[in-house]
Design a protein around this ligand. Sequence first.
Ligand code: KE4
Length: 432
Amino acid sequence: MSTSSRSEALFARAKKVIPGGVNSPVRAFGAVGGNPRFIASADKEMITDVDGNTYIDYIGSWGPMILGHNHPAILEAVKKAAEKGLSFGAGCPDEVDMAELICEMVPSVEMVRMVNSGTEAVMSAIRAARGFTGRNKIIKFEGCYHGHCDAMLVKAGSGVMTSGVPDSAGVPAGCAEDTLTAVYNDIESVRALLSRFPEDVAAVIIEPVAANMGVVAPKEGFLKELRGLCTEYGTLLIFDEVITGFRLGIDGAQGYYGVTPDLTTFGKIIGAGMPVGAYGGRREIMEMVSPVGKVYQAGTLSGNPVAMAAGLAQLRILKAHPELYRGMNEMGAYFRERLGQLAERYQAPCQVNGVGSLSCLYFSGEPVTDYQSAKQSDVKEFGEYFRYLLDHGIYVAPSQFEAIFLSSAHTKEDIDRTLSVMEAYFDSRYSK
Ligand code: KE4
């Protein structure tokens, strides 16, 4: 049994000076029990905690590490940039290169603004949509997560047709009331809201593959119908590709599914582990953003040279090696197929979902196609499974409602070793 004494000591100290001892809530293991591991180092697909335990890492910093940790070309780029200065508060060549590269790789993006997180990207895209349309309401989907700006920390009101209500303390009702909530994969729920507020909805924002309620793929035709409805009502379509951007393929989910949004938000992979977000899309919308237009948005470290160097290095490798996506997506399919066979063999009450290099094992007997069905999962059982994997050197997200992220650094041996640990867990829990 691995020791976690140093992690426990760090956690005890952290809890005295950081809320919950973590700088982001999910890391506290609240949903799965046990003590969070504090990580000392990472390399390729492996992470090592402060007690010296090593794990196959399926979080990858929640998506950014698509080429694995410590990629030499990315590390080299960061070192070279850092030696020239950490931040200038002025334009630098790499941010122009980054903007040009994103516009080249994602055809729907004619103009893009760099920010420092996915939350900032979403917050700014929503403001641009409202400024461009002159409308206030936003439609989001139950179970989709778009960062923690007030307008997105909202749940459906008493009746789905009514204004949103805050889903967090500290969010004023006034911030929530213009956010409406639809049901993922249910185009009629969107049509009902748009026909109820035909000239009030500035934008619909969606995760084109929902990866914050586990992993839920869009039903056949759903995104295309959503595109048609938005066009019909003069409502902008925002794809939140903070996770799927440059993950499902070089042009993200919009390329994978062939649906063109009006605005896209990015994060994670475009920073390669450094704090970066971005939002972009149709030129006429983006030219609403200051200093050109009247939509204000700013940021001290936006376009930071070190972060740009990291993100550029990663995107350039992905662009030059599209075969990496084929490998990751095939690995994802192999993993899900074998895991599905295991669940079948043990008659385990599990669902295996996924798209490309994003997967999720739900502890539920029913298919998961939206938030309500995802919520049926047995989170207690997930906690048992999570702790078993952790004790056997497999580090998945400490929540039933997150994705398993593969990178190009994961090998078939890693997958087979992970599947054998999962099989041992199923055997211990579901053997007749
Ligand atoms: P950040 O502000 O955390 O960079 O991005 C917010 C965000 C926006 N949109 C989508 C689709 C996202 O998944 C996220 C953040 N993702 C979570 C993981 N599911 C971040 C992990 C965390 O909060 O610790």
